[in-house]
Design a protein around this ligand. Structure first.
Ligand code: HAM
Length: 428
């Protein structure tokens, strides 16, 4: 053992499980690419005030969960607890909003929240995040949801539920907020929750305690208070989703943990994940740009938790082996240092032809190297020793049926590429 462990709550992936993580990320990346979203890479840390003003002063994320520190220059810095506020800052700073709208972008990477770690809930976790900025068109709401939906489907996740709600806008939400506060003030609640009624009453609807939930059954819901414009927007989004054969459930009590949302809000829920069942979520944030000092820029987006997607894949695909994307197709066994140069040359030629090839390192002798070949999952082992080198041959062994072929060294790469499917990418 070493003297150190990863800090509490950090999620890490090592092979072979790392292949599942890569698969999850690739499914979302590919879906975003097909819908013409561009890649954006943004700061990992930001000015703390961006999150205070952007994510919301009364949100749990800002009050309890941020990794905030003073840097050596005396600035208050925060590790990103989510992407949206920083992404919008980045889009505005680079003036993308002055070009064609909507700006369609995605990003991915680690985010940081000081939460109580448990299965599916970490302090460093990974999100894929996609945003469409600069249009109020409800069709973009449906498009972003469809990009996520198709990525989940490509991963074989079928037990997913899309929970949909509308949080109204500046016109109708205050009326609802007041009605909700009046209702909540009449309940039997502890003092902390009473304070929340005044600060952020919608969050009370998200309380998980049974004694609170029991009292919330008659609470007014936002969808009954939507103004005509918000109701029309909500109906249009639902019609468009039906047109795309994407099933949703109306969830009038759905509240998100971040304060910038308005109108369309949604979550993707996976029933096999227990308490941490939210594997993605998003919505509109039409006022966020102005909240951080920018021009009006109505926008929508979502983020998915890649860690929870890996858990969902494992739960739904129980018993199905991890993908072999990173296992070898050919494994080289060089015997002696002269053979090493020849083998590295052959393995590199195979890789350039799109074949996954690996070889034994460290002069381990025939027995040890053949064991490594068997473990590698390869279909063929290639042996080069003194005898083969002097004859200008390589020995190729089919590891599935034990057949052996002596092939001229300069024809070996072609012999193997003819018999193996290429991964797709070839280097010219
Ligand atoms: P969020 O719902 O806070 O939204 O996070 C999105 C997803 O990140 C969740 O659905 C969940 O899968 C995952 N997640 C959240 N916290 C944890 C954690 N502690 N451990 C593991 N996974 C976690 C946002 O972050 C918004 N920025 C989404 C968005 C984009 N809205 C508009 N655009």
């Amino acid at each position: 053992m070493v003297d150190f462990q990863a800090p509490k709550g950090v999620s890490e992936y090592v092979p072979p499980r790392g292949a599942l993580f890569a698969e999850a990320l690739e499914a979302f990346t590919a879906s975003a690419r097909r819908a013409c979203y561009g890649r954006l890479e943004q700061a990992v840390f930001e000015d703390t005030q961006l999150f205070v003003r952007g994510v919301g002063e009364s949100s749990d994320v800002v009050t309890k969960e941020m990794y905030t520190f003073e840097d050596r220059g005396g600035r208050s810095i925060t590790l990103r607890p989510e992407f949206t506020a920083g992404l919008l800052r980045c889009v505005l700073e680079h003036g993308l909003n002055n070009g064609p709208l909507p700006v369609k972008v995605w990003t991915a990477g680690p985010v940081f929240r000081y939460e109580r770690p448990q299965s599916g809930r970490y302090r460093q976790f990974y999100q894929f995040d996609l945003e469409a900025l600069g249009t109020e068109d409800p069709a973009i709401d449906a498009e972003t949801i469809a990009v996520a939906w198709d990525a989940y489907a490509a991963l074989g996740l079928r037990r997913l539920r899309l929970l949909l709600n509308s949080l109204g806008d500046r016109e109708c939400r205050p009326v609802y907020r007041k009605a909700l506060q009046e209702y909540l003030r009449g309940l039997d609640l502890d003092s902390e929750t009473r304070q929340r009624i005044e600060l952020n009453p919608l969050r009370v609807l998200d309380d998980k305690r049974p004694e609170v939930r029991a009292q919330l059954t008659g609470a007014p819901v936002m969808t009954d208070y939507l103004c005509a414009a918000c109701a029309a927007h909500h109906d249009r989004v639902r019609d468009l989703l039906s047109g795309l054969s994407i099933p949703w459930s109306d969830e009038p009590r759905l509240v998100r943990g971040l304060d910038y949302y308005n109108r369309t809000t949604y979550e993707f829920d996976h029933p096999l994940l227990g308490a941490q069942s939210g594997i993605g979520g998003g919505g509109r944030y039409d006022g966020l740009s102005e909240d951080i000092g920018g021009p009006p820029l109505p926008s929508i987006g979502f983020a998915v938790g890649l860690d929870r997607i890996v858990l969902a894949i494992e739960a739904e695909r129980a018993g199905v082996p991890v993908s072999h994307a990173y296992s070898a197709q050919v494994f080289g066994v060089p015997l002696g240092s002269g053979a090493q140069q020849d083998m590295l040359t052959l393995v590199t030629a195979l890789r350039r032809a799109g074949i996954r090839a690996d070889m034994a390192f460290g002069h381990r002798g025939l027995k040890g190297a053949m064991k490594a070949a068997d473990r590698s999952g390869a279909s063929y082992a290639v042996l080069i020793g003194d005898h083969e080198r002097s004859a200008g041959l390589v020995r190729i062994r089919n590891l599935e049926n034990g057949e052996q072929h002596d092939v001229p060294a300069d024809a070996a790469a072609a012999w193997l590429t003819e018999r193996l499917p290429a991964e797709g990418d070839t280097v010219r």
